[in-house]
Design a protein around this ligand. Structure first.
Ligand SMILES: O=c1ccn([C@H]2C[C@H](O)[C@@H](CO)O2)c(=O)[nH]1
Ligand SMILES: [Zn+2]
Length: 152
């Protein structure tokens, strides 16, 4: 299967579950519903919607809801095949910086992120393309090894 054909198949498979999740968004403040559908290595789909809060900062985006749900349900980090996100945006929805950081930790760098809107616009970027130079565990290791040296 060609790369484009594969992405079309993923889009067909994930668009409806993402839209279904979008309708469950809890958004009394922004009134902006977002849905996500995350495909795991076994072919199971984990849905996510945004969940807001009166204190604003605890708001959780649809992408992170799907990722955290999947991890809580026992999926291994970096085992996912693809995520599709949908919002009522003029063009394909763009994941926020926090979600890009979480995607970079929990998904493989080459995993496709399919960004769509309700009119059918769609664009695809890999996790690495969405956040080049992400802060990662490798950055922590360096500081940890230096701490280890200080402690001896
Ligand atoms: O990719 C995105 C962008 C925004 N939101 C949410 C966060 C907030 O609840 C609302 C408005 O920013 O949309 C998402 O869930 N995903
Ligand atoms: Zn986000």
């Amino acid at each position: 299967m060609s790369v484009n054909n594969h992405l079309e198949q993923l889009t067909l498979q994930l668009a409806a579950p993402a839209r279904e999740a979008m309708r469950r968004a809890y958004v009394p403040y922004s009134h902006f519903q977002v849905g996500a559908a995350l495909l795991d290595e076994h072919g199971h789909i984990h849905q996510g919607c945004n969940v807001e809060n009166a204190a604003y900062s605890p708001c959780n985006c649809a992408e992170r809801t799907a990722l955290f749900r999947a991890i809580a349900d026992g999926c291994a980090p970096r085992s996912f095949q693809a995520i599709l996100v949908v919002g009522d945006t003029p063009g394909p929805i763009s994941p926020c910086g926090v979600c890009r950081q979480v995607l970079s930790e929990l998904c493989r760098p080459d995993m496709p992120v399919i960004m769509t809107n309700l009119s059918g616009a769609s664009s695809v970027m890999t996790v690495a393309e969405l956040l080049p130079g992400a802060f990662s565990v490798a950055d922590l290791e360096d500081s940890r090894s230096k701490q280890g040296e200080d402690n001896v």
